[in-house]
Design a protein around this ligand. Structure first.
Ligand code: NDP
Length: 337
């Protein structure tokens, strides 16, 4: 079966030469292990951080090894009593068509999932990230204004829809008119501003006449510069991601804006808090699923996927993710169900 390994650590934006497709013999599972045929591989922004060897909250991927990533797959052969052939499982199967993993690392998925790939999206890590950051840190109140960028994406689309369900006014930010139209017309946000519009900052200001009470930070960079002066007294800013900077090798040029940031936080008594979703699995994940499961079934939360066919196309799709070329949650389809 085939896999994609990290050939070299990217310098700045990853290029196709940083990845290598390899074919290897099929390994058989040992006692306590399960062999899985992977159906879907999730491509996520955090993978860029793990391609570098700078110290972080997670271990770097190793050169010459298959890249890591969450997968949904079917059990092909099991040497563990808890799994049998044909079971649908969530695993960290990596960028490969087949994985052999310890049974203890797998989670069995219900056979009646709306779509199996949703376990990698709205009903999995990104959905949980959106729900946790918004509800536990953002704490939106009815009538408040919530702003989120990358609003058509995996996390942002869920943030905005949940905030609407909680009675907030929601303004999205997205790259391009087509994404913005989707965010307002299909996801029901009150407004959406194109971050590539030359008048982006002015248009954002006009879209939030009462200021911003919750800014869910997904991107950083120029988007945050436009948001900062619009934050209200006692605003909450969950810091989820800073994708605008993931490919940067050095700090941005320009004046030092740290005093402006610190001064704004102080004078407006703003609370900014970073979080890493891996810390929060456990009882809170069940709380999330109890709320999100019905919302998705009833169509009250909608979720767009960007499905790329074939493992060989994963590198190009991942490179594009860091430039906003995806439209919806990016997953790679590896095999028919
Ligand atoms: P998305 O599905 O939203 O895809 C990424 C999107 O980011 C792109 O579509 C694009 O949206 C935007 N983007 C890409 N490059 C840039 C750039 N250079 N400048 C500004 N925007 C850019 O991804 P996810 O929903 O999976 O992730 C969203 C954020 O959440 C990321 O920052 C990610 O790291 C973070 N995250 C954090 C977690 C945590 O535990 N803290 C867990 C999961 C995700 P557009 O074209 O609309 O601007």
């Amino acid at each position: 079966s085939r896999r994609i390994v990290l050939a070299s650590r990217p310098k700045g934006a990853p290029v196709s030469g940083d990845f290598r497709l390899e074919t290897g013999p099929a390994v058989e599972p040992d006692e306590g292990q399960v062999a899985i045929r992977n159906l879907y591989l999730s491509l996520d922004p955090y993978m860029r951080g793990r391609m570098s060897d700078a110290p972080s909250y997670a271990e770097p991927f190793q050169i010459g090894e298959a890249l890591g990533g969450a997968t949904v797959g079917r059990v092909e052969a099991s040497r563990d009593g808890n799994f049998k052939e044909g079971d649908l499982v969530l695993a960290f199967g990596g960028w490969q068509e087949r994985s052999v993993l310890p049974a203890s690392s797998l989670r069995k998925l219900p056979a009646d999932l709306t779509r199996p790939s949703y376990a990698l999206g709205v009903l999995g890590m990104p959905g949980f990230t959106a729900w946790h950051g918004l509800m536990k840190i953002g704490e939106p109140q009815a009538g408040e204004t919530v702003v989120v960028a990358a609003a058509s994406g995996a996390v942002g689309s869920v943030v905005g829809q949940v905030a609407k369900l909680k009675g907030a006014r929601v303004v999205g930010i997205a790259g391009g008119e087509e994404k913005c139209r989707f965010v307002t017309d299909e996801l029901g946000f009150d407004a959406c501003i194109d971050r590539r519009d030359p008048q982006f900052a002015e248009k954002l200001k006009a879209a939030v006449p009462d200021g911003i009470d919750v800014y869910f930070e997904n991107v950083g960079g120029a988007v945050f510069d436009a948001v900062l002066p619009l934050l209200n007294v006692h605003a909450r800013v969950p810091i989820c991601g800073l994708i605008a900077g993931y490919n940067s090798e050095r700090p941005p040029e320009g004046p030092d804006r740290m005093p402006l940031l610190m001064g704004t936080l102080l004078k407006k008594r703003i609370r900014m808090q970073g979080f890493i979703i891996g810390d929060h699995y456990g009882p809170e994940f069940s709380e999330f699923m109890a709320e999100m499961g019905p919302w998705v079934k009833e169509g009250r939360v909608r979720f767009r996927e960007d499905v790329v066919e074939g493992l060989e196309n994963a590198p190009k799709a991942f490179i594009g993710l860091l430039e906003g070329e995806n439209f919806g949650k990016l997953v790679v389809k590896l095999s028919d169900d």
